[in-house]
Design a protein around this ligand. Structure first.
Ligand code: ADE
Ligand code: ZN
Length: 322
C-alpha cells in the first residue's frame, strides 16, 4: 500500500453522520432537521448550503471528549488506508459557538492524536479562522495561537466563504501567525478565480488550500511552479461541489505537468464520499498518476508539512521502508 500523508482535511468535517448522531445523543441534542437523508448521507445543495450543513453538524461536537472521539476515529480510519501523517484543520470559531474553549478543544484533539498513535499514524493541528466571521475574529484566532503555543498546533489557515472576502483583509492575522512561527496556508482558487490565488500569494504562505482555479491563468501557474508553492488539492471535493464538471475536467494532471507541487486531501470526507485513500485512487485511476508519482506526492506532503524536522525525518524513514 502506498504510504499517504494528508495536509487538507477539516476536523469537524471528518465526522460521518453516524458519529454526529452519536454525539447528539450523548449531548442530549436533537439532530438538526434534514441534516441527513434516509441513507445516512449529509444533505446540502451547493457550496454555501454545504457550509450551512457543516456548521450544523459541527455544532453537535460539544466537549473535549467529543473532539477526542472525532479525532481518534478519523485517524484510526485513515491509518487503515495507509496514512502515516495528517494535518487536521480545526476551528476554534466553531468550538466557541457551542461554548467550548480553545484549550478544551485542543486537549480533546491532542488526546485523540495520542490515542491513535498505536495505529501507526501521527497528526498535527492547523487552527483555522472562518473568513465570513470577519478579519477581527481571524486576528483573534491568530493572536491566541501566537500567544499560547501548543506543541501540536503547527499552522494557521482560513476557510469559509471565498468570494467577496479578499486575502488582503486578513494580512494582519497572517503576519501575527507567521511571526509566531506557524506555517501558513489559505483557501483560495476553489470558488474564486485566479485573482484569489494571486491575493493569497501576498500572504506569508508556503501552501494554498485548493488553488486549483489557478489553471485559468497560465502565468500564475508558472509563478506557482517557480515559487514552489504547494497546492493542497482535493479533487473529489471539487467535483462533488461542482467546481469542475467531472474528474476529466479536473486540472490536477495539468498542474503537475506544469511543475506545480501538489498534495492530496479529502477536505470534508463524509460530505463528498471521499477518503484520503480514495483520493490517491482517483489520482491513479482517473487522473493518470503512476504509483511513483503518488509516492512523490506523499514525499511532497512531508516536505510541505508544518511539523518539526524530527517528525519529518521519522516520516521519511517510514516511506523509505514501504
Ligand atoms: N470549510 C470546510 N470545508 C471547506 C471548503 N472546502 N472550502 C471552504 N471552507 C470550508
Ligand atoms: Zn478545505
Amino acid at each position: 500500500m502506498i504510504p499517504k500523508a494528508e495536509l487538507h482535511v477539516h476536523l469537524e468535517g471528518t465526522a460521518p453522520p453516524e458519529l454526529v448522531a452519536r454525539l447528539a445523543r450523548r449531548n442530549d441534542l436533537p439532530v438538526p432537521d434534514g441534516l441527513f437523508d434516509d441513507a445516512q448521507r449529509f444533505v446540502y445543495d451547493g457550496f454555501s448550503d454545504f457550509l450551512r450543513a457543516y456548521d450544523q453538524a459541527a455544532s453537535m461536537i460539544r466537549t473535549a471528549r467529543d473532539y477526542r472521539d472525532v479525532t481518534y476515529e478519523y485517524l484510526r480510519a485513515i491509518a487503515l488506508e495507509g496514512a502515516i501523517y495528517a494535518e487536521l484543520t480545526a476551528s476554534p470559531d466553531h468550538a466557541a459557538l457551542v461554548g467550548l474553549s480553545e484549550d478544551e478543544m485542543l486537549a480533546g484533539i491532542a488526546q485523540g492524536i495520542d490515542d491513535a498513535r498505536e495505529h501507526g499514524v501521527e497528526a498535527r493541528v492547523l487552527l483555522v479562522a472562518v473568513r465570513n466571521f470577519g478579519a477581527e475574529r481571524a486576528l483573534l484566532v491568530a493572536r491566541r495561537a501566537a500567544e499560547r503555543p501548543h506543541p501540536y498546533v503547527v499552522g494557521f489557515s482560513m476557510a469559509g466563504e471565498e468570494v467577496g472576502h479578499p486575502a488582503a483583509w486578513y494580512a494582519e492575522a497572517y503576519a501575527v501567525a507567521a511571526r509566531a512561527g506557524l506555517g501558513c496556508t489559505y483557501h483560495a482558487g476553489e470558488w474564486d478565480g485566479p485573482a484569489s490565488v494571486r491575493g493569497a500569494l501576498e500572504l506569508p504562505v508556503t501552501r494554498i488550500a485548493h488553488g486549483v482555479r489557478a489553471i485559468e491563468d497560465p502565468a500564475l501557474v508558472g509563478e506557482l511552479a517557480r515559487r514552489q508553492v504547494v497546492l493542497e488539492c482535493c479533487p473529489t471535493s471539487n467535483v462533488v461541489l461542482g467546481v469542475f464538471e467531472g474528474y476529466a475536467a479536473h486540472p490536477l494532471r495539468a498542474l503537475a505537468d506544469a511543475g506545480v507541487r501538489l498534495t492530496l486531501g479529502s477536505d470534508d470526507p463524509p460530505y463528498f464520499g471521499a477518503s484520503i485513500g480514495g483520493e490517491y485512487d482517483v489520482a491513479r485511476e482517473r487522473l493518470g498518476f503512476s504509483d511513483d508519482e503518488l509516492r512523490a506526492i506523499t514525499a511532497t506532503a512531508i516536505d510541505a508539512a508544518f511539523c518539526d524536522d524530527a517528525l519529518k525525518r521519522t516520516l521519511r524513514e517510514r516511506i523509505a521502508l514501504v
